[in-house]
Design a protein around this ligand. Structure first.
Ligand SMILES: O=P(O)(O)OC[C@H]1O[C@@H](O)[C@H](O)[C@@H](O)[C@@H]1O
Length: 282
């Protein structure tokens, strides 16, 4: 089979299905500009999408890779994680080659976004699927005539077989804000992060690649441009309080997010910023 990009209706939301000749595949929703599914060639699904996710065209979709912009979490007056994750994005480009499939989605300001945040901006999210890797690049441009600050994240929900048996390596020695402990600053002293309780951390200035190790497979993560890494798992009690998660959903997921959350990014009129997250199935 050749590479392909098809439009589809995914639980009622418009989406694109990408496939490469080798058999890697992904689904990208226009609502939220959100990757919802990704599997490498001859491999299994690597992203977590809740089976209780809501697809009503308003509620953020629980799972995949939501785009948080222009605000990460509750770090400001905007709705939590900003508004990009519940807006309809447009397709700017779609292309296939011998060994890849690529789509670029875009989102700009309109009356509704300016009512929340009075800035001119243009976002582009490029999603590239190759044999065993997924690249997601977020490009932000200030198209207005005043400077702005923003925080952002690619809020990647990784699918894991059992979160308690997964190890996240590559964060040793970094300082992190422990959101689950009142935002206290701590230093990572473990060779691997093990998730055995509610975990909500912003690791600052991460420069090394990360590795999620499971007993029978691993996933490499490389972030460029995004200075921070957010690690989130709601654990049992908070998960039970999320109406769009099954009670045991927290066991099947681990969010490892590429973020600019600790310090906002400043863009003068006309300036651009970009960040990329790469997932590699190993
Ligand atoms: O439920 P939401 O709005 O999608 O947010 C999920 C989580 O997203 C994480 O990125 C934050 O660090 C958490 O604090 C937050 O709870």
């Amino acid at each position: 089979m050749g590479p392909s990009i098809d439009t589809l209706d995914f639980h009622g939301v418009p989406a694109l299905r990408l496939a490469t000749r080798a058999g890697a595949r992904a689904v990208v929703s226009l609502f939220g500009g959100q990757v919802l599914s990704w599997a490498p060639a001859q491999g299994e699904e690597r992203l977590y999408l809740s089976d209780r996710a809501v697809f009503d065209g308003h509620t953020p979709i629980r799972g995949g890779v939501p785009v948080c912009f222009p605000q990460f979490a509750g770090q400001g007056a905007l709705p939590k994680h900003g508004f990009a994750r519940n807006r309809e994005w447009s397709v700017a480009e779609q292309r296939t080659g011998d060994d890849f499939a690529l789509v670029t989605l875009c989102l700009g300001d309109d009356e509704e976004t300016r009512a929340l945040w009075p800035q001119g901006f243009a976002l582009e999210l490029s999603v590239i699927v190759e044999e065993s890797r997924l690249d997601m690049e977020l490009d932000v441009q200030n198209t207005g005539d005043t400077p702005f600050d923003f925080t952002t994240a690619l809020h990647t929900y990784l699918r894991v077989r059992e979160v308690e048996e997964s190890r996240l390596e590559g964060l040793y020695g970094l300082t992190y804000s422990d959101t689950a402990d009142g935002g206290k600053l701590k230093r990572e002293s473990g060779e691997a992060v093990l998730v055995e309780d509610e975990t909500d951390r912003i690791y600052h200035n991460s420069v090394r690649p990360l590795l999620v190790r499971e007993y029978d497979r691993s996933l490499g993560i490389n972030n460029e441009g995004f200075p921070d890494v957010v690690v989130w798992n709601p654990w049992e009690e908070r998960c039970a309080a999320l109406s769009d998660m099954p009670p045991d959903g927290f066991r099947r997921m681990l969010c490892v997010e590429a973020a600019a959350a600790h310090h906002p990014i400043h863009l003068a009129p006309g300036q651009r910023w970009w960040g990329r997250q790469t997932l590699i199935a190993l």
